[in-house]
Design a protein around this ligand. Structure first.
Ligand code: NAI
Length: 461
């Protein structure tokens, strides 16, 4: 085999790309991984999930310090931005180092440079030459979008700049109440900032179940975050020493001033100027169109992760897609991914997590359903932790399977793992109710919801 001929060439080393590369190598393939960034890891590791969750851990500690008296501890302190940044950097460096080591250990060839898809298939890498492969996996990811006519300035920023901002803003306007907006709004508030959230759709976390959005609005209000839903941004002005954000809500026009404006209105696919369309890959609003197997319109060219026109832009989805594609390339028969069964998680305070159908989606599908809402207020462990919350279960009526679990509160991003087993294995409430949950634990919220749904709750009214 000539030097530049591989079994698999992967374009992009984010979660999707590296998982495809690692799995393909594990299955005995000769793999090239092409990356233009200095470091491997892509959005999740370098600019997304990991550094933002590190910041949110610092936020959690700050909140605990502020509330320490509630647990009988006298603690006081202020955020130290350099220290927070150092912690974030240490976590990222360690994980990037680990990934780089894994890639090397699997004998994956890392090729540095910007790659462009070519016929064959092949990838033309700037400064390197042509990389030919039997299969090419496109995993070029996404970037934070801005609103039309807007540009990044010192004060109008996206999550990319927010991670590197030289100071903690005293006030912030966050545009968008999806996962990015909610997490940063929560972070800034924990750091002591005055925070305003402006969301165009009628509720915060608009993709979540309506009851979760209501609880979240209540919790944010209690935290002193000003959140406006159904509010359309009309203008964002960097006035030099502050920003002015003008929005329209309920027929009124309002202007808020702040130190920074964080724009969190979604992520767009990285697909321009990369030769995709020229090579025959079809794009849909910039995302690569794929079939159920994740193959593009071009045979032996696959697309995964945020680039692919699949339902969620989530690292764990990219991870699963990367593995599935590597296995298909190796001739393994892999079932299509069931996107409804994938957990969704937002690491704000309070945390939000869900899996399966919302109440509205279940009704839209014509399902006859029963719904149970369990408040964590009476739960021993929630009182010890010092945070309330809610679990909502959606089940097919008359003892049918639980089709959706929607949660808000402490550690629900971990609890959703149990919820995922419940919905994906189509367990009925009666079956879950018969499982004994550890006491005192937050997982009892799931056990109690199932007990209530099965008509056996002792604690719910
Ligand atoms: P998003 O699409 O989830 O949310 C953007 C929000 O901005 C929407 O609710 C939208 O209605 C609103 N919006 C758009 N234009 C607006 C305007 N002009 N005025 C006011 N609001 C406006 O996108 P987001 O939060 O930027 O996240 C990008 C992707 O990354 C998502 O797929 C998200 O799920 C994922 N992500 C996941 C995380 C997690 O799993 N914890 C964390 C962060 C991001």
């Amino acid at each position: 085999m000539p030097d530049d001929q591989y079994d698999v060439a992967v374009l992009g080393s984010g979660t999707g790309g590296y998982s495809a590369a690692l799995r393909a190598a594990q299955l005995g393939k000769r793999v090239a991984l092409i990356e233009r960034d200095e470091r491997l890891g892509g959005t999740c590791l370098l600019r997304g999930c990991i550094p933002t969750k590190a910041l949110l851990r610092s936020a959690e500690v700050m909140d605990a310090v502020r509330r320490s008296g509630e647990w009988g501890i006298e603690a006081s302190g202020e955020p130290d931005w350099d220290g927070i940044q150092a912690f974030k950097g240490k976590v990222v460096d360690k994980l990037v180092g680990g990934l780089t080591g894994l890639i090397k250990a699997r004998k994956i060839e890392v090729i540095r440079g910007t790659g462009k898809l070519a016929g064959g298939p092949a990838v033309e890498v700037e400064g390197h030459g042509t990389v030919r492969a039997s299969d090419v996996v496109l995993a070029t990811g996404s970037y934070p979008r801005l609103l039309p006519g807007m540009e990044v300035t010192d004060r109008v920023i996206t999550s990319d700049q927010a991670l590197e901002l030289p100071y903690i803003p005293g006030s912030a306007v966050v545009i968008g109440a999806g996962a990015v907006g909610l997490e940063f709004a929560s972070f800034y508030r924990s750091m002591g900032a005055e925070v305003t959230v402006v969301e165009a759709l009628p509720r915060l976390a608009p993709l979540e179940d309506e009851d979760v959005s209501k609880e979240l609005a209540r919790a944010f209000r209690k935290r002193g975050i000003a959140a406006h839903a159904g509010a359309k941004v009309k203008d964002v002005k960097d006035a030099g020493d502050h920003v002015e954000v003008t929005y329209e809500a309920g027929g009124r026009t309002e202007t808020v001033s702040a130190d920074v404006c964080l724009v969190a209105v979604g992520r767009g696919p990285v697909s321009q100027g990369l030769g995709y369309e020229e090579a025959g890959v079809e794009l849909e609003r910039g995302h690569a169109k794929v079939d159920g197997q994740l193959q593009t319109a071009v045979s032996h060219v696959w697309a995964i992760g945020d680039l692919a026109a699949t339902p969620f832009q989530l690292a764990h989805v990219s991870f699963a897609e990367g593995i599935a594609v590597a296995e298909r390339i190796a001739g393994i028969d892999v079932p299509e991914i069931d996107y409804i069964g994938i957990p969704r998680v937002t690491y704000s305070t309070p945390e939000v997590a869900s899996v399966g159908l919302t109440e509205a989606q279940a009704r839209e599908r014509g399902l006859e359903i029963e719904v149970e809402r369990f408040s964590m207020q009476g739960l021993g462990k929630a009182n010890i932790v010092g945070e309330g919350g809610m679990v909502k279960m959606v089940a097919v009526a008359d003892g049918g399977p639980i089709v959706g679990v929607h949660m808000i509160g402490p550690h629900v991003t971990d609890l959703v793992a149990e919820a995922q087993l419940i919905t994906n294995w189509e367990a009925a409430a009666g079956e879950v109710a018969s499982l004994i949950h550890p006491h005192p634990s937050l997982s009892e919220a799931i056990g109690e919801s199932a007990l209530a749904l099965a008509g056996k709750s002792l604690h719910a009214p």
